[in-house]
Design a binder for this molecule. Structure first.
Ligand code: GDP
Ligand code: PGA
Ligand code: MN
Length: 609
């Protein structure tokens, strides 16, 4: 069957498609005026066909099957390389419901703007209908969405990152609540126009309508801007649904750990972007007898199960990981995961038809084609791969994926961990006194600004719950919601413990004090021994700390005083941080819950007592 013939079988909605979906697709098609409407079935043949189309269009290059079977390289437009937070909007009816951490726009005004932009936006292109499930299809914790898009690259990415296809479409009936996601690259083609390999538009909007559970994205085909199942649905829209329904949609990895006594634990950990979620999700423990298995690396949906315990699923089906810095030394599991069946975006191409990026190997190839398609040598003076270049790969391909990663009931969460990138102040590990204190720790996650970020060096960049760019409603209300989820769990008996970790504390010479990566298993060991009731802790102004000698550092070659430095509490700089936290809380117009403000007061009191 030829390409044209094959797609022709997809030109009408499959039998049994709910009328609500058909009517909506017709409405969007009338607005965007595509040449054709293709209903995606999610089959491997369909993905192969899309790949062929994109190779023909110059969007994809097929990699050498010998080194990277069934894998592709995409080079984006150099102006379309990352999520654009400045063009991301929460269009709630009331501005205060978006809160100070979001760009707000009035829904009616935004709709007018978008109607103008989307009118005729798909001319000369195909509109693909992409039905997807976040979470295993049929799981009580899963949610359905349908994305329409004019980008085959986005269809292929959605096919890896979600459970996508006809079965999802056919699960929609009159009573199903499904999320509507509309995406266009914003580059219509007139008759006779030749296309470019990566169509996009300098004007970009990633707009969310939380009340009507809709997403409208225009102008970008990259990552979270365009793969609308991910940050837009699974975090921004889902966080609002979760608030309304009493559960949590969080920027968290999920990890299963088995201790030497055979007890199984599951942890959920929130770290801001680029602070090590994928690394921790694929942890290789260095301490004997421990086993770590992966469940998710970016997003978790958590809620009270029928057994009264906090349970979590990974709503995604794939990883969209940062390539640079991923290598055998830093994340061997990720390297094993991407052996094949992987889409790489904005990495370098080797002369042998395989991919390379900074940090993949110690040895640097003599010649590459860089992410912009130019010849590159080690003397070029620029990185061969874009710093935000990515691999997109099915989670099922991860050699450490846990058996229960698709469990419809989710896994029981034994501990919640918050982390950030802190050169100072925050100790290697601290346990929250209780849930409310834990919510305070989450609300105060931050990183010092480095030279790479705008603003004053050393100033704290706040990223509460690692959700700053991803919470679809007022961040202070998110903290109140966490408090109420804790209360609900307490009423049935089991509340997971909350911890804060910091792999990034630096010594006077500016180097990391803690070896990190696989050695982080030592910190997890202490955390889970606490959960298991095997070890006591000591009080401090910040919370509960390991007693001297309890944290296992056997066989680690640490300099003298490193442990003291990792746990040092400098009263003066902590009081300064508390003052900065007070200023931060003041930006929320009095919406910060009293229980959170009380934690700040108690911290100050403990620091000065
Ligand atoms: P994600 O965006 O949160 O998933 O972050 P990644 O897992 O991609 O990691 C981001 C960066 O943090 C990479 O450069 C890692 O090498 C680095 N990193 C991860 N874990 C550690 C650690 O334990 N110690 C140190 N020093 N760096 C780490
Ligand atoms: P991240 O998300 O910044 O959390 O890695 C990237 C994306 O979804 O584009
Ligand atoms: Mn992320």
């Amino acid at each position: 069957m030829s390409i044209a013939e094959m797609t022709r079988t997809h030109f009408s909605a499959p039998d049994g498609t709910n009328q609500s979906v058909i009517a909506w697709v017709e409405e969007i098609a009338a607005l965007t005026q595509p040449d054709e409407v293709v209903w995606c079935n999610g089959s491997p043949e369909e993905a192969d066909e899309l790949a062929e189309l994109m190779i023909e269009a110059g969007t994809l290059t097929r990699l050498n099957d010998e080194y990277r079977p069934h894998s592709f390289l995409a080079r984006s437009d150099p102006s379309d390389v990352a999520r654009v937070e400045s063009r991301t909007f929460i269009c709630s009816v009331n501005e205060s419901d978006a809160g100070p951490s979001n760009n707000w726009a009035a829904p009616a005004e935004m709709r007018t703007t978008l109607d103008g932009l989307f009118e005729g936006a798909m001319r000369g292109r195909r509109l693909y209908v992409v039905p997807f499930s976040m979470g295993p299809l049929g799981s009580p914790l899963a949610k359905i969405g349908v994305q329409v898009t004019d980008s085959p690259y986005v269809v292929m990415s959605m096919g890896i990152m979600t459970r996508m296809g006809t079965a999802v479409l056919q699960s929609i009936d009159d009573s199903t609540e499904w999320v509507r996601a509309i995406h266009s690259v914003g580059a219509p083609l007139a008759a006779g126009d030749t296309d470019v390999p990566w169509p996009c538009n300098q004007t970009k909007y990633i707009s969310h309508f939380p009340e009507t559970r809709e997403i409208w994205s225009f102008g970008s085909a990259y990552g979270g801007n365009a793969i609308l199942a991910k940050k837009s649905f699974a975090l921004r829209i889902a966080s609002v649904i979760a608030r309304d329904e009493g559960w949590l949609a969080e920027h968290m990895l999920l990890l299963k750990l088995t201790n030497p006594r055979g007890r199984v634990f599951h942890i959920a950990a929130a770290f801001p972007s680029a602070c090590g979620k994928t690394n921790l999700a694929m942890l290789k423990p260095t301490i004997p007898g421990w086993k770590a298995e992966t469940i998710g690396d970016d997003i978790a949906w958590l809620g009270k199960g029928a057994d009264g315990r906090l349970r979590a699923i990974n709503p995604e089906a794939g990883f969209f990981g940062v390539a640079p810095g991923t290598g055998i030394a830093t994340n061997e599991t990720a390297m094993d995961t991407i052996w094949g069946n992987t889409v790489f975006t904005n990495v370098a191409l080797k002369d042998n038809g395989d991919v390379w990026w900074e940090g993949m190997t110690d040895e640097v190839p003599e010649h590459l084609i860089d992410w912009q398609g130019n010849d590159w040598t080690p003397e070029s003076g620029t990185p061969s791969s874009h710093p935000n270049s990515r691999f997109t790969v099915a989670a099922a391909q991860c050699p450490t994926i846990a058996d229960e990663w698709e469990s419809p009931q989710g896994v029981v969460i034994d501990a919640i961990i918050f982390g950030g990138r802190r050169a100072t102040n925050v100790p290697l590990v601290v346990e929250a006194r209780d849930w409310e204190h834990g919510v305070y720790l989450g609300a105060t996650i931050s990183s010092e600004r480095t030279a790479a970020a705008e603003g004053t060096i050393g100033e704290l960049r706040r990223d509460p719950f690692a959700m700053m760019p991803f919470c679809g409603y007022n961040m202070a209300d998110h903290w109140a919601h966490w408090l109420s989820v804790g209360q609900n769990l307490r009423s049935s008996g089991t509340v997971p413990r909350i911890f804060q970790v910091n792999w990034f504390r630096k010594g006077a010479d500016g180097s990391f004090l803690w070896p990190g990566f696989g050695e982080n298993s030592r910190v997890l060991e202490w955390i889970l021994e606490r959960v298991d009731g095997q070890v006591a802790a000591q009080e401090s102004a910040l919370g509960l700390l390991p007693r001297e000698g309890d944290l296992n550092i056997d066989g680690l070659d640490l300099d003298e005083n490193v442990m003291e430095q990792l746990f040092a509490i400098d009263t003066e700089s902590w009081l300064a941080e508390a003052a900065s936290t007070e200023e931060f809380f003041a930006t929320f117009d009095g919406r910060v819950p009293a229980a959170v403000t009380r934690q700040l007061e108690q911290l100050k009191a403990r620091l000065t007592s």
